[in-house]
Design a protein around this ligand. Structure first.
Ligand SMILES: *Cc1c(COP(=O)(O)O)cnc(C)c1O
Length: 390
């Protein structure tokens, strides 16, 4: 290997990073790790679909029928299953159209890079997901502003500055936010963002990775939950969290989606979702479109977990979604807490700097529809025990 490369890696490798756990089972309510069964409170498979029999069957029979891979969407890769999935997502979201990409990360790249360039302006919440930040970088947007987390007064101050600096008529302004913030579980104030965007002529974008399948009526997302469905210009979601497979999507007006399908570099120069992924996702969207039973179960579990943790005296922050942080503050304490919980049969990850600010370390719990009440009671007991021991 190149000497400079070896030196670079040696210097920058983090020897203190905790080892990555290797999962030896499906990602259901429980996981098998190192041969041991542990309660799964850390994956984002909110609805338990990662091990759902209906999705497995749909994937298996599609593989039987069509095989595995397809290709580039614009060459010979657009399969009728892709079209079916896009139509199903658009219908589920009550949008005119949808485009699927092979990841939520790539969907953010597409959403921003295809439309915005170096002379445009972006205003972004300080806690936005890394993939939004990377998408802004990729687009080469020079005029970047960051507003304090969910702070609408600050957002408007920035919009006023931009207006008074003399924005040219072809300069686009983008206001971009997560729908549900992945570390705190709080929501973007979308109605207020939309109001400000209208007032100052800005384009709105929401990355609702943790909101799709979770928030709103039957899991239709944070915009639906906040009663502004259809009012966001660019709505991005992932197919890897509540939908439990992989991929990402953008929904919006027909012209917008057609534009993306013609111009998005991530769409044009990267392969389409595989046959089994696509078939399983069609089934997932079908399940959600037909019934809100799983979403309701997720919320029953969420409310129970939060109520019991509060009763036991834990600080669970300001979450209004299933993402349930247990605020600990100290980084070492969070690591110890997680490893002790693991020893007691509960797998929940510690979240530390740089994922959250220094001094805001926490354990993040994510309940799902696949948990029973007994599973959660077990988790709560172990959390109380570990907390007492530490
Ligand atoms: C998980 C996540 C993504 C990335 O989605 P993938 O499908 O895993 O690529 C993007 N944005 C947010 C807010 C996320 O939480």
């Amino acid at each position: 290997m190149n000497k400079q490369l070896i030196d670079f890696i040696t210097e920058n490798y983090n020897r203190l990073a905790p080892p990555v756990r290797v999962i030896q089972s499906g990602e259901g309510a429980y996981l098998k790790i190192d041969g041991k069964k542990v309660l799964n409170l850390c994956s984002s498979h909110y609805l338990g679909l990662a091990v759902d029999t209906r999705l497995r069957k749909a994937a298996a029979s599609a593989v039987d029928k069509y095989g595995l891979g397809t290709g580039y969407r614009t060459l010979a890769g657009t399969h009728e299953l892709h079209v079916k999935l896009e139509n199903a997502i658009a219908k589920f979201k009550n949008a005119e159209g949808a485009i699927i990409l092979s990841g939520g990360y790539l969907a953010n790249m597409t959403a921003i890079q295809t439309i915005f360039g170096k002379d445009d302006i972006v205003i972004s919440d300080e806690l936005n997901h890394a993939s939004i930040i990377d998408a802004i970088r990729l687009a080469g947007i020079k005029n970047k502003y960051i507003y304090k987390h969910r702070d609408m007064k600050h957002l408007e101050e920035i919009l006023v500055v931009i207006a008074s600096d003399g924005r040219t008529s072809d300069q686009k302004i983008l206001i971009v936010t997560d729908g549900v913030f992945s570390m705190d579980g709080d929501l973007a104030p979308l109605p207020e963002i939309i109001r400000l965007a209208k007032k100052y002529g800005a384009i709105t974008m929401v990355d609702d990775a943790h909101g799709e399948g979770v928030m709103g009526r039957g899991g239709r997302g944070t915009a639906d939950h906040l009663k502004v469905a259809g009012q966001i210009d660019l709505e991005v979601g992932t197919l890897s969290k509540a939908f439990s497979v992989m991929g990402g999507f953008i929904t919006g007006k027909k012209e917008l989606i057609n534009f993306y399908k013609q111009k998005s570099r991530q769409f044009l120069f990267s392969n389409a979702l595989s046959i089994p992924d696509t078939a399983a996702l069609i089934e997932a969207v079908k399940i959600l479109s037909k019934s809100d039973a799983l979403v309701k179960k997720l919320w029953r579990n969420t409310n129970f977990l939060k109520k019991e943790l509060k009763k036991a005296g834990f600080d669970i922050g300001g979450s209004v979604s299933p993402i349930t942080p247990i605020m600990l503050g100290d980084e070492d304490l969070a690591v110890k807490f997680a490893s002790e919980l693991f020893a007691q049969g509960v797998f929940a990850t510690s979240i530390r700097f740089p994922m959250v600010a220094k001094g805001k370390a926490r354990i993040r719990l994510i309940p799902s529809a696949s948990h029973s009440k007994a599973d959660l009671e077990f988790a709560i007991n172990q959390i109380i025990n570990v907390s007492k021991a530490l």
